[in-house]
Write a protein that binds this ligand. Structure first.
Ligand code: NAI
Length: 348
């Protein structure tokens, strides 16, 4: 099913509003979700609405959070999300970080006690659209084996970065696992197998069956494992939040807030170099990369985020493609089908 960006956002907003979010927060969440679907990151788009709706209905997302923003120094602050929707808290915290970086050159804003915040590219692009560099990191539920381990300890702990070019933004946004958990859910929703490099089964053996996954694998062995440790320190331990395998599960108890952490770092290029030269050089980086001789089997080297931007442009013409089950749920009267609660995250 193909929908325009506006149609898809409107369906998601209505469902989240029906589930109990205020219209303002439903709009904020739908905006982040449609951003992900429009860029082809379907693992973090409309397919998450039913999970959020169930969590809202069961009380595990505060629908009337008391957001608190507190400056802790000239360039540092804490945004307390009161276990409201992470998408909205992370967006508002980034707005504050942008303002601080414009005034002081840099801002580090910790976002405490939030629910899942979706695709981090959304937040770092907020900064890049204002001629700033954005970095964002967040915790995620423990489902990844540390290098050499046979049981999960860290989450898929993503890292995102965006910087402004002259007419475009370079955006890098990745889970520190070979694949995000949402990609396994996406494979499940389409009944497709997965490559044997993504995940392990309950014996720690590689698996191609998305329904047999018991833990994900970090990117590049000990190096990805080190990065996910760094994300957990910066977005969890630094903010006084549960860390490592103490981070709440996405699925165990949908009636409790998740207390997740996220860290936004915003850098103002003007405090380091000439802004116009910086933007020109980002644009030059993009074209340099595009002009690198492609390896056999590749048409062109893409810069990070380029393929997502191209997908978005194509979707804007043809409509965003959504799997039928997700569309049928969105247009139905059902708030949720009780499909996610009290589950082992790896349950089929
Ligand atoms: P991905 O594997 O689709 O892409 C990772 C990065 O590689 C992107 O920046 C992409 O532009 C770049 N890339 C991919 N193919 C490329 C190519 N051929 N040439 C050049 N660059 C290329 O992303 P992943 O790891 O699956 O993450 C998906 C989303 O999940 C992200 O938006 C992330 O923020 C989100 N996420 C959110 C979590 C949360 O708890 N909020 C947890 C984990 C992931």
């Amino acid at each position: 099913m193909r929908l325009t960006k506006e149609e898809l956002k409107d369906l998601m907003k209505k469902k989240l509003n029906k589930a109990g979010l205020t219209e303002e927060h439903a709009d904020g969440v739908a905006d982040v979700l449609v951003h992900a679907d429009a860029r082809g990151v379907h693992s973090h788009g409309a397919m998450r609405v039913e999970y959020y709706a169930e969590r809202i209905a069961k009380g595990g997302l505060n629908t009337a959070p008391n957001f608190k923003f507190e400056k802790t120094g000239p360039t540092t602050a804490i945004f307390d999300g009161d276990n409201g929707v992470g998408h909205v808290a992370a967006k508002l915290a980034m707005d504050e970080a942008i303002q601080m970086a414009k005034e002081n050159g840099i801002a580090v804003v910790g976002v405490r006690r939030i629910g899942h915040s979706g695709a981090l590219s959304y937040f770092v692009q907020q900064a890049a659209e204002q001629d700033l560099i954005g970095l964002s990191l967040c915790q995620s539920d423990p489902m990844v084996v540390p290098f050499g381990g046979a049981e999960p300890y860290y989450g898929t702990n993503p890292i995102a970065f965006a910087a402004p070019g002259e007419d475009d933004i370079i955006t890098f946004d990745m889970a520190t696992t070979v694949q995000a958990w949402g990609k396994i859910l996406h494979a499940r929703s389409k009944n497709e197998s997965i490559p044997d490099t993504w995940a392990v089964d309950k014996n720690g053996e590689p698996t191609t069956d998305p329904f047999n996954v018991n833990a994900l694998l970090p990117i590049a062995g000990p190096k990805g494992y080190g990065l996910m440790m760094m994300v957990d320190v910066l977005s969890g331990i630094l903010l006084g939040l549960p860390f490592g395998n103490r981070v709440s599960s996405m699925y165990h108890d949908l009636s409790e807030g998740r207390n997740l952490g996220q860290l936004h770092i915003v850098i103002n290029p003007e405090y380091f170099t000439n802004l116009e030269t910086f933007k020109q050089n980002i644009t030059t980086t993009m074209s340099d990369l595009n002009n690198i001789k492609p390896a056999p089997g590749f048409d062109q080297v893409s810069y990070p985020g380029q393929r997502s931007a191209q997908r978005e442009a194509a979707y804007m013409e043809k409509g965003i493609e959504i799997v039928d089950d997700v569309y049928e749920y969105l247009v139905s009267d059902v708030v949720h089908n009780n499909a996610y609660g009290n589950k082992d995250p790896f349950a089929k």
